[in-house]
Design a protein around this ligand. Structure first.
Ligand code: DC
Length: 249
């Protein structure tokens, strides 16, 4: 999927919107293309975009890098993670050259590192830790400064922003997701097999939906966007149509 120009110009979109600074939550399964859609929406609406998955990936990268123990699926740990989490400082900045929202951990841009297969294979374990979720949710909530926000993840509409103005739940056929992700990784120069990508997606889906702490669930007031057979423009248009119909509470 490419980041093609969206048919509706920003000015016209703004004039059609009845809510000036909407909070938009986009949740869904792994590799559904949530971030591609979320980024474009944020651009069209002129509001901030936050990739909450990048935050969990960054914490996972830090745990791996510093050899911090974390429990695997089915394991339990009574470790106090607060001192470790106190060492982790995450913030987002807009790159002036590209206009992209970029995440920094302790001042380092980890754009590439957090997409490695090692991080992907462990992020569901680390993000299931209660204290990790508590910290990330609190940080994500602080990012809503009232100026409007598009955030994507797994629990944005259910836990982070239960009062979001619009909640989208994205899904797609697992095989289609695996193929898209595989092609994306190949074109990014990451050597990986389709089987590995498929297994990673399936196990993350399972762990994300079965963990105790805010599992991936569709909020009752979310709108489903199944993009198995939709192109990029159609997906963005689907969400924009719902934004145009938003009314102040
Ligand atoms: O969006 P992503 O695939 O980059 O997210 C990576 C992992 O982070 C995902 O498998 C589960 C976790 N995650 C989460 O638990 N809660 C979120 N709000 C976002 C991501």
């Amino acid at each position: 999927m490419s980041g093609r120009a969206i048919c509706l110009p920003l000015q016209r979109m703004s004039s059609l919107m009845s809510l000036e600074h909407p909070v938009i939550a986009i949740d869904g399964y792994s590799s559904c293309g949530k971030s591609t859609v979320a980024k474009s929406l944020a651009k069209v609406l002129g509001i901030r975009y936050i990739d909450s998955g990048a935050m969990y990936r960054a914490v996972t990268w830090y745990f791996l890098e510093n050899k911090i123990y974390f429990p695997l699926a089915g394991e339990h740990s009574d470790l106090d993670y607060r001192p470790t989490l106190d060492q982790i400082h995450i913030h987002f900045e807009v790159n002036a050259a590209t206009g992209e929202s970029e995440m920094f951990l302790n001042g380092h841009n980890l754009k590439k590192e957090i997409r490695s297969m090692e991080v992907s294979d462990n992020v569901s374990h680390v993000s299931a830790i209660k204290e990790v979720r508590k910290r990330m949710v609190s940080l994500q909530q602080q990012m809503n400064t009232g100026a409007g926000l598009v955030m994507d993840g797994r629990d944005i509409g259910t836990t982070v922003f239960p009062n979001a103005d619009l909640k989208i739940f994205m899904t797609a056929d697992p095989e289609i997701r695996a193929m898209r992700r595989y092609r994306e990784m190949l074109s990014a120069g990451v050597e990986v097999s389709l089987d590995d990508v498929r297994n990673n997606i399936n196990s993350r889906d399972y762990e994300d939906t079965h963990r105790e702490e805010s599992p991936l669930r569709m909020a009752p007031d979310a709108v489903v966007l199944d993009n198995s057979h939709l192109n990029f423009d159609e997906q963005v248009e689907f969400v924009l149509e719902r934004i145009r119909n938003l009314r102040p509470a």
